[in-house]
Design a protein around this ligand. Sequence first.
Ligand code: ACM
Length: 469
Amino acid sequence: MTGWHGLLPRPVDVRPVEGECVWDGQVEVRHEELPAEAYRLEINPAGVTVTAGDHAGECHARQTLRQLAGPAAFRTASIHSGPVTLPCGTVSDRPRFSWRGCLLDVARNFRPKYEVLRFIDQLAAHKLNVLHLHLTDDQGWRIEIPRYPRLTEVGAWRTGSMVGRHDGPERDGRPHGGFYTGDDLREIVAYARERAITVVPEIDLPGHSMAAIAAYPELGSSERPEVWTSWGISDDLLRPTESTLDFFAAVFDEVTAIFPAEMIGIGGDEVPGATAEHGRLLAGIAAHLETRGRRALGWDEVLEAGAEFPRSTVIGSWRGEEAGVQAASAGHDVVMCPEQYVYLDHRQSDHPDEPIPVGFLHTLEHVYGYEPLPPGLPEDAHERVLGAQAQVWTEHLDTARRVDYATFPRLAAFAEVVWSPREHRDYGEFLPRLRDHHLPRLDALGVEYRPLDGPLPWQTRPGVPGRPR
Ligand code: ACM
């Protein structure tokens, strides 16, 4: 029996009482007016009652119950016969933020559908509620668009990949590719919805578009466009013309037909040499989405794009926290995802065996200490911060094992950052709870997280260069 003290993320209010419940697996569910995603879980010797106002609240209550049932409840099949013993008491819980996200980059290294579904299970176990799917980039286009078949016929494949991070011409010589059909994505959306997770798709424009340009060269200006085999920032941008706008308006119409999410990612990041015309192209897509009843989600560069974006545009503040303050002060809703704190592809330690160390040093404690309300944010703009999002970019994560290693246990720390009341967060209290109660759950789930004291021998990548900052 885990006990109430082992829950993660830490609930708002827990009232243990004496006694145990010998539980037969039945749950009585009651519906009541409660804030979005809130729930109450009551356990007494006679049984288990969940009270929720919505589907999400019920899902979260069931995850809490699963944690109380012990690590074996995280296996895909029961290995014990007979009832489970639960502690008696009541938990009343609700999230601090409405956007508790994680980005998964399926463009740089394609993730087969079963890996995405498994990732959704992992998010649900941590009460996270947004999966931001980064579907297109220079290195691959991953969503089938029937009107433009070459996007996946050509854009979903590359001839090889850079291994690690370097400036040399060496590539692995191994073709890489893959894409999702519309029905694959509908299945992913439905699977996520059952688990109270919204899938937010992203088509990244007008940079990060070499795969689209390779498929339809008239979209760009390169002589011999190719799906990129390099990592980094390319200066090959979309040509900001009316015909490019029409092309992508049709792409986004297909995207909105598949994804019911209110927010739809349009990119906007890392655009060296972009002009005001590029800004207008992107703003045109944001306006087009508004005519379809959706809201654009753009990276913080769109604030500097030299174009008028609809006020409904949500800003992803990734280059730091200042853009979040600016955007919120200008009346935009904001998702905080600063690379200085929540980029889970960045290195977890200065350990000499840390595999392919890139980016900033983001220890578990550093991620746990992140505060989503940025410093300097005026009080009256607090409600503009919808929440925060961790980001799993996959240039250097070519297998599910590598994704597990980079993502966990730091995503467990992040889950508490976005769920639990700020005054409940205490790393000294969190660490033993993670170690003694939560890591055994991840073990049972089959997640190959980074052990707290460093990588296991097979988790290292000797000789593969990184690029620490
Ligand atoms: C980003 O990391 N380029 C959003």
